[in-house]
Design a protein around this ligand. Structure first.
Ligand SMILES: [Zn+2]
Ligand SMILES: [Zn+2]
Length: 472
């Protein structure tokens, strides 16, 4: 209502609209149908990392129709793109993700209901991330256009967040070098703009090769590749005791032979190493490599390894985080209808002791700084340009990421509403950044001080090329 009145006044004056006369959140609110439609379409497709051809294409189409210039296939990744609208002024980037997770499917039902011939699901809500960021970018563009504010809004289509580190290749290619501030958000079971860090990580596959033989008839002629894997795991498990706090090491055996009566000539173990300090990850890694070499030596096998992905930790920017917190409070949380509440109660019923009050969906968590134990490729972006994000209650309170309950809500009106909250908060934040040079300067000063003057970007995945077929 207020917007309409101000708009009428501005029209009477026949002068260019000032930045205050239009509300970027209202522009985003007018796009709610788009948020729902695109979120639902990405959820249905549930495409895996670096294979998100249709999802990336849909986002590009929507942006192109809105007048954005698209550069597709950036950083040698076919499903990565940068869309830009505007001229001159500051450059504000909004990140969008759209990759799904393998091996988890679920309908939008509040009870466990895997989908028969589907092999992936949006268990991290990246369909919402993509759709919400799209709406935020278009709302900001319309606000820039109507207010005549100089500046460029960009949407970065960033593939393969889950284990593919898409943004790391995009950062390494220098795509964020001329960006003033980057904005992101993520699906969650609560609303918060708390400045939460993440862990640096690196993953790698260690491949052991031995000699096959009849396990009973000619065991002396065999050399078991699985022995190599097990010896390595034993040494790494002993190594845990002698690492610093906040070290996280986990592995799965991705190949360990097919039959007990055949000595396996190939075995593979997939490791993750994490720490809040990237240098600590770099220091731990050679110890893993030494364990692999020792295991191969002792078991008469051979070993080689490949780094699969690696992310730097998130560099928090408190100046931006406090402003984002204020924008989130301005928008408010996710308000359930009676029908949505009943649906949420059924989901909450599957959590047992881990259930959280459903009111968390509508409330905004207190602002704080904390250490998060996940990892994200947004981390690398945050060392290239001041970066800030938020999380919204797209999932029923108590929901863990990567669960069937997260898939269900990501394909439900509750998820769409959470994405809409994020879109409105991000649009408000973008508009604030375009019109507030003091805020941009303060954020930049904090960023430069935190990075240090002699900072040089080093990726944790080295010089490898994007693993475009890692989900095939
Ligand atoms: Zn995830
Ligand atoms: Zn995620």
């Amino acid at each position: 209502m207020k917007t309409t009145v101000l708009f009428a006044v501005a029209a009477v004056l026949a002068a260019p609209l000032s930045a205050e006369t239009l509300n970027p959140a209202a522009e985003a609110a007018a796009q709610e149908e788009r948020t729902q439609r695109v979120a639902q379409q990405l959820w249905d497709w549930a495409e895996l990392g670096y294979l998100e051809t249709r999802s990336s294409g849909l986002l590009q189409d929507e942006l192109q129709q809105e007048g954005f210039a698209i550069e597709a296939g950036v950083a040698d990744i076919p499903t990565a793109f940068v869309a830009e609208w505007g001229t001159g002024g500051p450059v504000i980037a909004i990140l969008a993700e759209y990759d799904a997770l393998p091996g988890i499917t679920q309908s939008a039902s509040p009870n466990r209901d895997p989908v028969a011939d589907k092999h992936a699901g949006h268990a991290c809500g990246h369909n919402l991330f993509g759709a919400g960021s799209l709406t935020a970018a278009i709302a900001t563009k319309r606000w820039l256009e109507k207010t005549g504010t100089p500046g460029r809004i960009r949407l970065y289509g960033t593939p393969a967040e889950e284990g593919g580190s898409g943004k790391v290749y995009m950062t390494r290619a220098g795509l964020f070098d001329d960006v003033d501030v980057a904005l992101h958000w993520h699906a969650a079971d609560e609303n918060t703009a708390a400045a939460r860090t993440s862990l640096a990580n690196r993953s790698g596959k260690f491949r052991f090769r031995g000699v096959s033989a009849h396990a009973a008839g000619a065991p002396e002629r065999g050399r078991s590749a699985l022995d190599g894997v097990e010896a390595m795991n034993m040494m790494v498990n002993m190594m845990r005791e002698h690492t610093t706090m906040d070290t996280r090491i986990h592995y799965v055996i991705t190949e360990g032979g097919a039959a007990p009566n055949v000595v396996p000539d190939f075995a593979e173990v997939f490791y993750y190493v994490r720490h809040s300090d990237a240098d600590e990850v770099r220091a731990l890694w050679p110890r893993l490599e030494a364990a692999a070499r020792g295991a191969a030596l002792g078991t008469g096998t051979e070993v080689e390894w490949e780094i699969i992905h690696g992310n730097n930790p998130l560099l928090v920017n408190e100046t931006l985080a406090r402003t984002m917190d204020a924008k989130l409070r301005q928008v408010g949380g996710v308000d359930y209808t009676a029908e949505e509440r009943a649906w949420a109660e059924e989901i909450a019923g599957t959590f047992g002791d881990a259930a959280e009050p459903l009111e968390n969906a509508v409330e905004i968590q207190p602002y704080e700084t904390s250490l998060g134990y996940g990892s994200t490729d947004v981390g690398d972006v945050s060392w290239a340009t001041p970066t800030v994000g938020l999380r919204t209650a797209t999932w029923v309170p108590g929901t863990s990421a990567h669960s069937w309950q997260a898939v269900a809500a990501s394909g439900h009106s509750i998820g769409h509403k959470g994405a809409q909250v994020a879109a409105e908060a991000v649009a408000l934040m973008a508009a604030e950044l375009f019109s507030n040079p003091e805020l941009r300067a303060a954020a930049r000063a904090e960023f430069e001080a935190a990075r240090g003057t002699d900072y040089e970007y080093v990726s944790l995945l080295g010089d490898r090329d994007p693993p475009l077929d890692f989900r095939r």
